[in-house]
Design a protein around this ligand. Structure first.
Ligand code: HEC
Length: 195
């Protein structure tokens, strides 16, 4: 008798599993399909960026919410400061990384604010230095050479370059000041001993 009861329970559990399984599958499928569809649409808008014939309002909305110079400048300010403290700590890999990220932030601004593109590129060439063959005296050059004295000099010139652009774009009241420490939550090993 107990054996039959056990078998009955097993059959019941199997049936229940199949029921629940198919219910979840049926309900999940449309959600998954929808997710894939939404993704494809966003991709289409992105691919059509800059195409004058593409007048989809959704693309305009997406364009309007891209970060402008004010937002990107806050990132640039934080990364610029981090470059200083990384270099001072002798963490040249981190300095190099932050400089690369700063350039990438600039590149976003060059797209979202084309009016500032020329000035941003000129700032990069004169003070940051390109990733490949940077000009002597630029930040990238000093970082490659792991030379803090040279770095300090190029950092000061770059900060003047930042403020020069603020001046010439009608924001003379925006002046970069090196904070007492980096605001990024990163370790700057030797830096802590210096404080
Ligand atoms: C192309 C010229 C240009 C260059 C180069 C430039 N900036 Fe700016 N920056 C601006 C403009 C314009 C603003 C005002 C933002 C706006 O238009 O909303 C600004 C704003 C700022 C702000 C204020 C952001 C805020 O909203 O609180 C900071 C901080 C800043 N810049 C830091 C820097 C640093 C650091 C550098 C150099 C590494 C730099 N900027 C280089 C043009 C420039």
């Amino acid at each position: 008798m107990a054996g039959i009861f056990k078998r009955f329970i097993v059959v019941l559990v199997v049936l229940l599993t199949i029921q629940v399984g198919s219910y979840v599958f049926m309900n999940l499928q449309p959600i998954l399909a929808q997710t894939t569809q939404t993704y494809t649409q966003v991709q289409t808008w992105i691919n059509s960026y800059g195409d004058p014939d593409f007048t989809d309002d959704k693309l305009k909305v997406l364009g309007d919410i891209q970060p402008g110079l004010g937002v990107i400048m806050q990132e640039i300010g934080r990364r610029f400061t981090a470059i200083f403290y990384a270099a001072r700590a002798g963490n040249w890999d981190l300095a190099n990384y932050e400089l690369k990220e700063l350039r990438e932030a600039q590149e976003v601004a060059e797209i979202t604010r084309p009016k500032r593109k020329e000035a941003l590129i000129s700032f990069e060439e004169s003070f940051l230095g390109g990733a490949e063959n940077p000009t002597e005296g630029t930040l990238q050059d000093a970082i490659n050479k792991k030379n803090f004295v040279a770095f300090n000099k190029s950092f000061k010139s770059a900060a003047n370059g930042c403020n020069g652009c603020h001046q010439s774009t009608g924001f003379p009241f925006i002046k970069y000041r090196l904070p007492a420490k980096s605001e990024l939550p990163l370790q700057f090993p030797l830096n802590e001993q210096n404080q």
